[in-house]
Each structure stands twice: as structure tokens, then as C-alpha cells.
Design a protein around this ligand. Structure first.
Ligand code: 13P
Length: 252
């Protein structure tokens, strides 16, 4: 059975002080959740402090990016070893904002996914189409191409542990979420594609999140869809109350 996973992507928000205040407020609100996995992904500068604040709780720690080498002359990059050392368990890879602003390619995403698994980190891979691509009926083709390229270096034993966040780019930060039925259709498509490439077991175990303007008001509509196993939450994860309400809505 797939355990629902609700992850908060804080993006470039929260100083160390603000991050600590947020997790201290969040912990009592979500600590009792048994049936839902809860993850917060602060910026790098706050990871160490947040790791300490989360110690002993069931809230997991995630990072928003990593580099594929373990160490070396890579100015400004953070290695999987460094993340592991501070207690990071999950890492977001290939977010559309990185693909857009940092020109991150599918080849780089593939190397990052491999490096994460090799270092015992669980990646959350983001895929999703632009509005024009959806309107042109290309959404599935775009996501299929991303999956093919991004998963190219992985084996079935890794893919079964993967979390894939389907985040249609036009739904991110816009207040215009996807239709839950459309998101479920894409989740089913992703699972079929993974099944074709990596076998039924990997497809069955893989967890698929929806992301894009998820709020306490709409989260349940997504989380009750067949084959959607969680949410990747941006804006609504920056307040303890709204994030906790989304976590609560994930209970079966
Ligand atoms: P919003 O929830 O702010 O739309 O962001 C979604 C997202 O990009 C999560 O990774």
C-alpha cells in the first residue's frame, strides 16, 4: 500500500529564524499523523537548523536541489553527501522553476536522480507541461518525454522508491489548479509509462503527487483521486495552519 506523502516546497522563502518559527508551529499540528508522511523542504541555509528542530518527530526533511558529484570544484553547488549529513531524506529534483531559470536539462535531472539514490536520498521528481502544450493536446507527450529522459539512468529497484510530482507549469503559483480528474488522468498515464519501462512492481509502488496551487480548500479533491498519493505544496506550505490542514485532508 502506498502511504500518502505531503511535501512542502518552501522555495526561496524563510530565513533561518522564520524557518524555525514555522516548524515549531507545525510540529504539534502534524506530529500525530500516522497514516500520512509529512516532509518540509526549506532552503539550504535553513536545513541544519530545521533538522535539529525536527529531531525525534515524524516530520521528514527534504532539500530543493542537489548536485550529482559528491565533492569537487563545483562552486555554489551542494552534494548529496552534504545533504545526507545534515539529516535530509528527500530531495526535489527537476522542479520547473529550475528547468526555467537555471536551464536545468533532462540529462542533468537524470544524473541528479541517480546521485540521490546512490547516496540514500529519496528524490521527488517534478514533471509537467506548459499551458500551450496542454492546449495543443501535447501534455502526455511532454510528460512521457520527460520521464524517458529523466529516468534513463535508474533501475526498477530505484524507480519503485521514487516520488513523482505532476506539476503542470501553468498551475504553479497561479491560483489556477488543474482539474482533479485531469490530474488523476495524468497520474494514471505516468504509472502506465513507468510500468512499460520498469515493470508492474515499480509502477505499483511509485508514489505520484499533484502540485500546483494546492490549498486546504482543494486538496481533498486531489487526494481522493485514484492514483494520486500526495501533494507537493508551494505557497500554502509557508503557513503552519494551511499546510497542516492539507496534511489532515490526506487521511483516508
Ligand atoms: P504553489 O503551491 O505555490 O502553486 O507551488 C507549487 C509548487 O511548485 C510546488 O513545488
Amino acid at each position: 500500500m502506498r502511504v500518502p506523502i505531503i511535501a512542502g516546497n518552501w522555495k526561496m522563502h524563510k530565513t533561518v529564524g522564520e524557518a524555525l518559527a514555522l516548524v515549531r508551529e507545525l510540529i504539534p499540528l502534524v506530529a500525530q499523523e500516522e497514516a500520512v508522511e509529512v516532509v518540509v523542504c526549506p532552503p539550504f541555509t535553513a536545513l541544519y537548523a530545521v533538522a535539529r528542530a525536527l529531531g525525534g518527530t515524524k516530520v521528514g526533511l527534504g532539500a530543493q536541489n542537489l548536485f550529482w558529484e559528491e565533492e569537487g570544484a563545483f562552486t555554489g553547488e551542494i552534494s548529496p553527501l552534504m545533504l545526507k549529513e545534515v539529516g535530509v531524506k528527500y530531495v526535489i529534483v527537476g522542479h520547473s522553476e529550475r528547468r526555467a531559470y537555471q536551464r536545468e536539462s533532462d540529462e542533468e535531472v537524470a544524473k541528479k536522480l541517480k546521485a540521490a539514490f546512490q547516496n540514500g536520498l529519496n528524490p521527488i521528481l517534478c514533471v509537467g507541461e506548459h499551458l500551450a502544450e496542454r492546449e495543443a493536446g501535447q501534455a502526455e507527450a511532454v510528460v512521457a518525454a520527460q520521464l524517458k529522459a529523466d529516468l534513463a539512468l535508474l533501475g526498477a529497484d530505484e524507480v519503485e522508491k521514487l516520488v513523482i510530482a505532476y506539476e503542470p507549469i501553468w498551475a504553479i503559483g497561479t491560483g489556477r489548479s488543474a482539474e482533479p480528474g485531469d490530474a488523476a488522468q495524468m497520474a494514471a498515464f505516468i504509472r502506465r509509462e513507468v510500468g512499460r519501462a520498469f515493470g508492474e512492481r515499480a509502477a505499483e509502488m511509485l508514489r505520484i503527487q499533484y502540485g500546483g496551487s494546492v490549498t486546504p480548500a482543494n486538496s481533498r479533491a486531489f487526494l481522493t483521486q485514484e492514483g494520486i498519493d500526495g501533494a507537493l505544496v508551494g505557497g500554502a506550505s509557508l503557513k503552519a495552519e494551511s499546510f497542516a490542514a492539507i496534511v489532515a485532508s490526506a487521511k483516508k
